[in-house]
Design a protein around this ligand. Structure first.
Ligand SMILES: [Cu+2]
Length: 128
């Protein structure tokens, strides 16, 4: 009697193992987050920053480039660009949109906006 019980348990274990392998394809695990970049780029268009939030490692830099049709700035308590002229001729001349590069020596969240278009807002996250 004891021998028969052991056989039944073995069979149940084997069958259960087989059933587990016939499920839906498992989705791959999400990629682990890498180290924060040491540089980021923001396209300034009419009328938004893209991406609106960038993350860089402390000591890293962010470059804003005007790819819109009118002048813009990136202005905040820490972020502080001059007026960046738009690319292409028009009233602003030039063939490439002007850029502003700024490095960040301290961690924090630095919000900014356009001095001409306050509805344009962005954030630089500086992480360790
Ligand atoms: Cu603007």
């Amino acid at each position: 009697m004891r021998y028969a019980c052991v056989l039944l348990l073995c069979c149940a274990a084997a069958c259960g193992g087989g059933a587990e392998s016939t499920g839906a394809n498992p989705s791959p695990p999400p990629a682990p987050p890498g180290p924060p970049p040491t540089a980021a780029s923001v396209s300034v268009r009419d009328y938004s920053y893209s991406p609106a939030t960038v993350t860089v490692k402390v000591g890293g830099s962010v470059t804003w480039t005007n790819r819109g049709t009118v002048g813009h700035t990136a202005t905040g308590s820490v972020v502080n660009s001059p007026t960046l002229a738009a690319p292409g001729g028009g009233a602003y001349g030039g063939t490439a949109g002007e850029s502003h590069q700024q490095s960040f020596g301290g961690t924090g969240s630095y919000s900014y906006h356009c001095a001409f278009h306050p509805q344009m807002t962005g954030t630089v996250l500086v992480v360790p």
